[in-house]
Design a protein around this ligand. Sequence first.
Ligand SMILES: Cc1ncc(COP(=O)(O)O)c(C=O)c1O
Length: 363
Amino acid sequence: MSRAYNFSAGPATLPLEVLQQIQNDLVDYKGTGMSVMEMSHRGKDYPTIHAEAKATFKELCGIGDDYEVVFIQGGGSQQFAMIPMNFLGAGQVADYANQGTWSGKALKEAQLIASLRGATVNTIANCAKDIPTRMPREDEWKFSDNAAYTHICTNETISGAQLKKIPQVKGPLIADMSSDILGIDRDFNKFDMFYAGAQKNLGPAGMAVVAIKKELAAKGAAQIPTMFKYSTHVDNDSLYNTPPTFAIYVFGEVMKWVKKMGKANLFALNDAKAKKIYDVIDSTEFYKGTALPEFRSNMNVTFRLGSEELEKKFVDEAKKLGMSSLKGHRSVGGIRATIYNAFPMEGVDALVQFMKDFEKANG
Ligand SMILES: Cc1ncc(COP(=O)(O)O)c(C=O)c1O
């Protein structure tokens, strides 16, 4: 067996032992005579998998029964639409940070709903196009007095910028945590809702994992299609229709792995992994970090070389050494090394050695 060091930003590398557990369970899950993929979501065995996955996630996030965890298809992107559909009513204002590509897309969806309903979207900070890439500084936020909710993104996956300090807001705070959920220490109780496309730190693609205060879900708009209401998913334990059962099962296995590893250990390991790469970047003019140092992500490390040709050579040569998906997002170019929870330290060491060797040969 040969496993690549997979630096993809999502779908991303999963813990090897989780993959092996899945392989072991694949055709006969714990003596049930069938795969989780084949089980009825309302049968005898699946409900335990569903309940355990939710419970472990809630425990890891340190959130109580005032929150519900729901699984919704359509990834992070569908959340961009569902949030204003549910919570931005006629005459109301929603506060949005424009911090990069993903929060920019969320903002655009809110503007669409606002234009249909006679609502307003207020941009509370705008650093989406800044180079070096960054997050809003504490003194830049311009909140409205009466926002129906505030939307932020904790980690911009493409630019490699991460919000280290969560701003204090008056109304409900909603965060896209797709690319750093459970990868950095956060107080999840500060958020009325947080969500993540699963395919990064949580499991396979195919759903968003959404934690939402029940109180907030109940306030969602009534006149929208059933499947787009948070209350539908909350009131039916994500079983209103057939949920992505296999993705939920794998998510549950990944959550068990995070629990076994220990959150604090993982956070420290993530910081140590990122530091090794940033240290190489800072030791030379050959590599140029893309994000301002104070906002550098511990999940997506972005940098540039002197020319696009050199960047292509870097990516191609790394690939030959078993390091895949180092090419930056197609919209920005450069190099991006994604090192989520499941990415091993050995892979970081291999990259660091390669960066030094590549500089020697091409610097
Ligand atoms: C921060 C962030 N939000 C949202 C998304 C969109 O997620 P999806 O592809 O699941 O719709 C991504 C995808 O990479 C992301 O990185």
